[in-house]
Design a protein around this ligand. Sequence first.
Ligand SMILES: CC[C@H](C)[C@H](NC(=O)[C@H](C)NC(=O)[C@@H](CCSC)NC[C@@H](N)Cc1ccccc1)C(=O)O
Length: 296
Amino acid sequence: MDFDTGSSDFWVFSTLLPSSESAGHTLYNASASKHSSLESGETWSINYGDGSGASGVIYSDRVVLAGVTATSQAVEAATSVSSAFTSDTQNDGLVGLAFDGLNTASPSKVPTFFQTVQKSLFEPVFASALRHNAAGTYDFGWIDPSKYTGKITYTPVSNSSGYWEITANGYAVGSGATVSESLTSIVDTGTTLIYMPDDLLNAYYSQVNGSSDSSDAGGWIFPCDATLPDISFEIGSKEFTVPGSYINYSPYTDDTCYGGMQSSDGFPFNVLGDVFIKSQYIVWAPTVPQMGFAAP
Ligand SMILES: CC[C@H](C)[C@H](NC(=O)[C@H](C)NC(=O)[C@@H](CCSC)NC[C@@H](N)Cc1ccccc1)C(=O)O
């Protein structure tokens, strides 16, 4: 399952899909499930920023995730998924971890898995410890002191749009001075890269010899052996740094590589995706709402 703080639908591939769309996936079969019952009249249909999407019907069922049991959880069963989901055989559904506003169930919204279980948890929080080039973890219901160093710095979250939205007050490239700029950003575990305004990107990639904003590649590329500066975001009164190595995202040709930070031009907000999230231990506290950051 793809744990996604950028959306609020808990949906799964199901036996209701045509086999052309479900090939290669593990399927939820409501009729074979002991505790399932159809939420008659309820449907869902979601679109994502990358143009992908899915839709279907809704059952309530007993769900166990990460050792946490939801005795009656709204399970959004897909009857249609876009080709990007069909071909991503690593995922058999999404666990939306954002707020009510983004849930697409109709005529009545349904709670996310976390909303269903949060009152039963030791603490109504979850934490992400994603890692660069290594497996990561999510903690549900507690903060794991073994996963971070120093103290956790909290910053307020604006959830009126349904996202985990924070405002960074500036950025610094490498060891350079902090540039003051209000960067309204969503923190989204379901988005791979960082998406920031063009002025920040120009300030960053101008420090990378041989970099260019390539229309062929659809973004900034650079020689794979380039030295990439760190990028720091000022959140609250603290700087949170993404190591430059994280910005070397993937090979584009045999000697150029594609950047892990690209343009948010045309997006309704900036996005702090996994490239940023992997540099921190993050505590997600929806009942406040606030987010906490600490060095892993
Ligand atoms: C602005 C993006 C669309 C159009 C907007 N939808 C959203 O914001 C949805 C809830 N969230 C998303 O599309 C994005 C956040 C906005 S990015 C511009 N996060 C979730 C996404 N990464 C999930 C995903 C995971 C793996 C593969 C694909 C997609 C809408 O419905 O209005």
